[in-house]
Design a protein around this ligand. Structure first.
Ligand code: BG6
Ligand code: MG
Length: 227
């Protein structure tokens, strides 16, 4: 019986890929090479340091650990200068309504994100209070497709993994959900995410009723959900 929903942040709740792109592109330009939108696609769901490794591989450059840490810090400072100006209007369409509906029906909600900036983003879009548990890049040691982030989320909620649904936009994120023995809903392109239990374009027009119907899984709606 489904009792909880776990959400990735970047690409599911907010579109931060455009800010990551600007910041990584600035670093690439400083290092003297081009960084394209197609390159940026490869960084979705990937941790900050692994993203830097991919970027340097694209540029064919090698640096010491210390230099790489300084570069990641610089990229993050530019990224943060954008996300600290985010407003609730930047929440992707339908997300807030869907979270509210889940809450009202007594379904527990957790965040499962690789981003160390998750607390700031949730604060800026004023959604922190919607989550019963938050697991982010500050509290995990293994990157998706390792299931750690989602297993920790389920544990914090006190719900068994098989009673959880994960919402994810990245291939590695769907794999992490499957590795955690959870149901998965892909947000985006069915060609890429077709191996998830269900794929939807986004939350606009989506509802708990549609989720129950299309996932074909039994849900447990306890009486007295929170409004
Ligand atoms: C993921 C994003 O959610 O978080 C990645 O999809 C990003 O693109 C990763 O690199 C880490 O984010 P941050 O904010 O800790 O640099
Ligand atoms: Mg994502």
């Amino acid at each position: 019986m489904i009792e909880a929903c776990l959400f990735d942040l970047d690409g599911v709740v907010v579109d931060t890929a455009k800010y990551h792109f600007i910041a990584w592109k600035a670093l690439a330009e400083e290092l003297g090479f081009e960084f394209t939108h197609a390159d940026n696609e490869r960084l979705k769901g990937v941790s900050r340091m692994s993203s830097l490794e991919i970027l340097l591989e694209i540029g064919g450059l090698k640096f010491s650990e210390q230099e790489k840490l300084a570069m990641a810090e610089k990229k993050n400072a530019l990224y943060v200068s954008y996300i600290e100006k985010m407003t609730p209007e930047e929440t992707l369409p339908g997300v807030k309504e869907f979270l509210q509906e889940l809450r009202s029906k007594g379904i527990r909600i957790a965040l499962g994100s690789a981003s160390k900036n998750s607390p700031m983003i949730l604060d800026r879009i004023q959604l922190t209070e919607m989550f019963d548990a938050i697991v982010d890049g500050n509290s995990i040691s293994e990157a998706k497709p390792n299931p750690e982030v989602f297993l920790k989320g389920a544990e914090k909620l006190g719900v068994s993994p098989e009673n959880c649904v994960v919402f994810e936009d990245a291939i590695a994120g769907i794999e992490a959900a499957q590795n955690a023995n959870m149901y998965s809903v892909g947000i985006g392109d069915p060609v890429l995410l077709g191996f998830a239990d269900l794929v939807i374009p986004g939350f606009d027009g989506f509802s708990v009723e549609k989720l129950v119907k299309e996932l074909k899984a039994p849900f447990l709606f306890p009486p007295g959900g929170k409004a």
